[in-house]
Design a protein around this ligand. Sequence first.
Ligand code: HEM
Length: 483
Amino acid sequence: MSVVRTATGERLSSVVLAPMPAGIDRRLLEKTRPQRVVPLASPPTGSDLKPVPGDAGPPVIGHTLSYIRYGSAFTRARHATLGPVSWCGFVGEHVVIAAGPEATHQVLTNPDKAYSQDGWRFLVDDFFHRGLMLLDGDDHRVHRRVMQEAFTAPRVRGYVHRTVPVLREEIPTWPQGRQLRVYPMLKRLTLDVATHVFMDDRSGPEAEQVNQAFMACVQAASSIVRRDLPGTRYRAGLRGRALLERYFRAALPAKRAGEGDDLFSALCRARTPEGEAFTDDDVVNHMIFLMMAAHDTSTITSAAAAYYLAANPEWQEKARAESLALGSDVPDLAALQSLETLDLVIKESLRLAAPVPVVMRRTTKDTALLGHHLPAGQLVMAAGAVNHFDPAIWTEPDTFDPDRFSDSRREDKAHRDAWIPFGGGVHKCLGMLFGSLEVTAILHELLRHHRITVAPGYTPRWDNTSLPVPADGLPLRLEPLGM
Ligand code: HEM
């Protein structure tokens, strides 16, 4: 191990570059290993705080391209070499990476109110303005209380009831006997589910326009050029946002007046016992955010689980046996929750391929994180997916082993932040129950109709420009059952 010195030659007493851990691409480790560790900001004189170690990487772009290429392998590599609190150049700023269970826990639970959602607003506010995840403090607390009324167990039961018929219409028609890019097919499917469950709409020219506008917002939110310039994704996203606002606003009066059980209607009617409710603007903003929050995340989870089932046929057979045993009745919430093998497989897929590997925050004031000084206004990335590979928590963390979540092992119980695909603290995912049930329902229908296979030796490569998506669309084959 070598003791690291800062740019000015000072000794960074606690920063010792660790040896290469197993499981991470060696070339990546070499590429992302800082040549010279630089302190982010000097701790206040007289304090016993340490500076945050790190490096900016290449000029302007920093380590952005490494993150896009390697995703959580990049944050794992930084954690391995620099420790749980480090910094790097990212999208033109310096970002602190908080990784490992202790660091993420402190950021997510935010006991001193030192972290705000401005880390997200900085990236996506133009497109997801005043979505729940972008709100802070009392504003967030009140909006979350109201929104919770649209996510009660009876409501979620109703959403599941609306979901399954869409899956039953589409999944059995998926072609068998040839290679398919499964990711875009799942994406289309979950968008159809969202259109039906959230808006009580069916596919048609208007729904298609709304889908396009929504996709434009998602793409713009992660575009590298972040200005309203002709021909850019950013401009297309701003237009998409304007269309979505017009669409939801026009549909609002009928939703307010009606008795619908879709999410849009539920938000219009949501009221806390204290009488708090959403204004028209609130409903529009929340609907646009919810479409985004629900869609990519469920698609990524279903795609990852489909891949792991294909690559691990013994788990696929076990899960299918339970699905077939349910019979052909439309499964309700309880039936889906009884599919134990799928539950383990989905949890393991969320561990290995977390759809939201990092969450963004910004410090509201000078603060300390595990003894490191963070200045006010500092962008922070809580990299929860790093915890999913912590060898102190998980046996052979890079191996697919759903049984680690079984009652007899429960490796995820080793630390309260060991497994945090849905985040933690006051911003923990509100759609966790519905999202998990939707993914279970998708995989259940897939297993009832198709055997899923993958070419020997294939491993997905995830593109992390935005949330991680399979760069090649995830080529899998569906075969008839019994083959
Ligand atoms: C497998 C699927 C999903 C995953 C992995 C996931 C993950 C997450 C994560 C990590 C956060 C925390 C963000 C932060 O702390 O800044 C979050 C927040 C949120 N998610 Fe999900 N999500 C999923 C599905 C859904 C679905 C289906 C919905 C809605 C129907 C939804 C609605 C939300 C909302 C409203 C928030 C913001 C909560 C708040 O700020 O109070 N999510 N999600």
